[in-house]
Design a protein around this ligand. Structure first.
Ligand SMILES: Cc1ncc(COP(=O)(O)O)c(C=O)c1O
Length: 343
């Protein structure tokens, strides 16, 4: 299919023009303290289904405009088993670029099927890195090999690419504009740290009074290799290393959320707000509850919800999966007396 007609003007066209400007909704039942206001930024409503659509588009668009990435010639290679992969697959399909996605054995069949539908090529890494016991270093090694051996290959490298973070400054601009700059707390799940870095850069540059809270998975190594590395069940947030995008003063607070608290918060969002959200969205709500002793009545808290729950139907929203990993815990979200008491 010829794609040379694609507009690469100041705004990407077609489906890509729907990236960004996501809704910000009030979630009254989640107020961590009386009088506080909680809002969620619904990033699952981006066209590829997640916050990472913004990063995918921003990391490629400039190079496409400048002719450095060319339809039918260039090959984009990236390591991602989830949302960034889907975002890149969409942008690459739109512009007629080949996309090789390096995933690992834990990548869900659902995500692989989406990637194949966008006609991405899939490279599956099956062996963990022997030194760290994690897949990520092994995946990054495979990316480097592919880039070296593939003519016209380009690796966006989400972990170190400033354009990943820059894309998310727009997210914070949208939040701040909607609330006239009155954001007391921002809860932001972390992996490459593009989202938290971009939002934090915007907050600092505009002198907003916002406390930037990074929400990480228990067992993740982002905020210190000295923390015990652990097996993490919920994909999407957390990382086996500290990404270069994270700088010393990027975040004001860090909250680590266990897999169980993450699941309970997701299930509770379904019970109380009829929202089918991804794991890291639940984690931001669990983090807000964990910090409630420090949140003033009347504070405005914003949580970024990176993706939707349809990518977690076999895990977080599967009763048998939950029972297998945590036992009989359903009362934690069905019993109204336990509301917001679990962290
Ligand atoms: C579901 C989900 N939540 C949170 C994040 C973290 O975002 P970032 O990579 O910008 O730190 C990601 C990143 O892929 C994600 O897929």
């Amino acid at each position: 299919m010829a794609v040379s007609h694609r507009s690469t003007g100041s705004v990407a066209g077609g489906i890509l023009s729907a990236v960004g400007n996501t809704p910000l909704v009030d979630l009254a039942s989640l107020a961590p303290v009386p009088g506080a206001r909680v809002l969620a930024k619904l990033e699952m409503l981006n066209p590829g289904g997640s916050a990472k659509d913004r990063a995918a588009l921003n990391m490629l668009l400039d190079k496409i405009r400048r002719g450095e990435l060319r339809p039918g010639v260039s090959v984009v290679v990236e390591s991602s088993s989830g949302n960034l992969a889907i975002g890149l697959a969409q942008v690459c399909r739109y512009f007629g670029l080949r996309f090789v996605c390096v995933v690992d054995a834990r990548t869900t069949e659902h995500n692989v099927a989406i990637l194949r539908a966008y006609r991405a090529s899939i490279e599956i890494v099956t062996e963990k890195d022997p030194e760290t016991g994690a897949y990520l270093p092994a995946r990054l090694r495979r990316v480097r090999e592919l880039v070296e051996n593939t003519p016209n290959a380009y690796w966006p490298n989400q972990y170190a690419n400033p354009l990943n973070a820059q894309a998310q400054e727009q997210t914070m601009r949208e939040i701040s504009t909607a609330l006239d700059g009155r954001v007391d707390y921002l809860f932001c799940a972390t992996s490459s740290c593009g989202t938290v870095r971009g939002c934090s850069d915007y907050v600092r540059r505009h002198g907003l009074p916002t406390v930037v809270v990074a929400v990480d998975a228990a067992g993740s190594q982002i905020f210190g290799q000295d923390r015990k590395a652990g097996n993490r069940l919920i994909p999407g947030y957390g990382s086996a290393f500290r990404p270069p995008l994270l700088e010393q003063d990027t975040v004001d607070e860090v909250v680590h959320v266990s897999d169980l608290d993450c699941v309970v918060a997701c299930r509770r969002l379904m019970e109380q707000e009829a929202m089918l959200v991804g794991g890291s969205s639940g984690a931001t709500v669990a983090a807000m509850a964990a910090m409630r002793d420090r949140i003033a009545p009347g504070a405005t808290c914003v949580a970024i919800f990176p993706d939707g729950g349809d990518r977690y139907l076999d895990t977080i929203y599967s009763d048998s999966w939950v029972a297998e990993h945590f036992g009989d815990v359903a009362s934690l979200w069905t019993d109204p007396r336990t509301a917001l008491e679990m962290v």
